[in-house]
Design a protein around this ligand. Structure first.
Ligand SMILES: [Zn+2]
Length: 117
């Protein structure tokens, strides 16, 4: 039983890594080709559903749940805070998503650029 759980956790962390990678690819692609960025978001979400891995909070605010667009505040998204929730307005499809702000998740919200060696 112990082994099984260990394997599952490992799988989850691989999935999480892949999701994070896809989002950083999306970030890179966004300025050149927004459509490609959307594709990366779609892939990341697929991995998330297939492997039952949650998309980290810091990344959840970076895409539109409705049209999968990669969102950049000031470009194609507007983000506001209201009553301890993030209100994310997607300017691509005019969809609005709400993300509850939890104290626990807040700290890790800063994404750091991965350094390529
Ligand atoms: Zn949208």
């Amino acid at each position: 039983m112990k082994n099984f759980r260990g394997r599952k956790e490992k799988q989850a962390s691989i999935a999480k890594e892949r999701i994070e990678k896809l989002f950083s690819e999306a970030e890179d692609a966004f300025s050149k080709e927004p459509k490609l960025a959307r594709r990366y978001v779609e892939l990341a979400r697929k991995i998330s559903t297939r492997t039952n891995t949650r998309i980290p909070f810091a990344l959840k605010r970076k895409f539109c749940k409705k049209c999968n667009a990669y969102l950049v505040p000031g470009k194609n998204a507007r983000i506001r805070t209201k009553n301890k929730a993030l209100i994310i307005a997607c300017l691509e499809c005019n969809g609005v998503s709400k993300l509850p702000l939890k104290n626990k998740a807040g700290k890790k919200a800063q994404t750091q650029k991965t350094q390529h060696l």
